[in-house]
Design a protein around this ligand. Structure first.
Ligand code: ZN
Length: 126
C-alpha cells in the first residue's frame, strides 16, 4: 500500500496491511512542517530463527510502532528526539515500512520455547 504524503492531513488516515500471519494496522496523521506521524500496531506471528538452537519457530508479535515520516530531507535539530524516516519521492510505501519492522524483530535476540524451558531449568539447577 502506497500513500501520497501530500494527501495526508490532520484527519487520521487509517490503514491495515496483512502479510501472511502479520497485520500492520494504524494511521497516518499530518503533524507539522514536513512531518507526518505514523502510529500503528504490528501483531501476529513471524517466522524467526532461535538464537540458541537455530530452529525456526513462530514468534508472537505485538509491537507498537510510532515514528514520523518526513516528506523530503529532514533537518534534524540537535536536541530533537524524534524518530524520523525520510521519504524522498513523497510516497510512503507502507509494505516496505512493515517489512523493515519485521526485519528489525528478526534481528533481535529470539529464543524458542524449548530453549526457554531448558534455560529456566538451567537457572533452577544453580
Ligand atoms: Zn531454540
Amino acid at each position: 500500500m502506497k500513500v501520497v504524503l501530500r494527501k495526508v492531513n490532520t484527519t487520521p488516515l487509517d490503514f491495515e496491511i496483512k502479510s501472511n500471519e502479520i497485520t500492520f494496522k494504524g494511521y497516518l496523521q499530518y503533524d507539522s512542517g514536513k512531518l507526518i506521524l505514523l502510529k500503528a500496531k504490528l501483531s501476529g506471528k513471524i517466522d524467526v530463527d532461535c538464537d540458541i538452537c537455530a530452529d525456526e519457530f513462530k514468534l508472537d508479535v505485538d509491537e507498537d510502532v510510532e515514528f514520523f515520516i518526513s516528506d523530503g530531507i529532514y533537518e534534524k535539530n540537535e536536541d530533537s528526539l524524534l524518530d524520523v524516516v525520510e521519504v524522498l519521492n513523497s510516497v510512503a510505501d507502507l509494505d516496505e515500512i512493515m517489512n523493515s519492522e519485521i526485519e528489525l524483530i528478526k534481528g533481535d535476540y529470539n529464543i524458542c520455547e524449548n530453549c526457554k524451558k531448558s534455560d529456566a531449568a538451567f537457572e533452577e539447577a544453580f
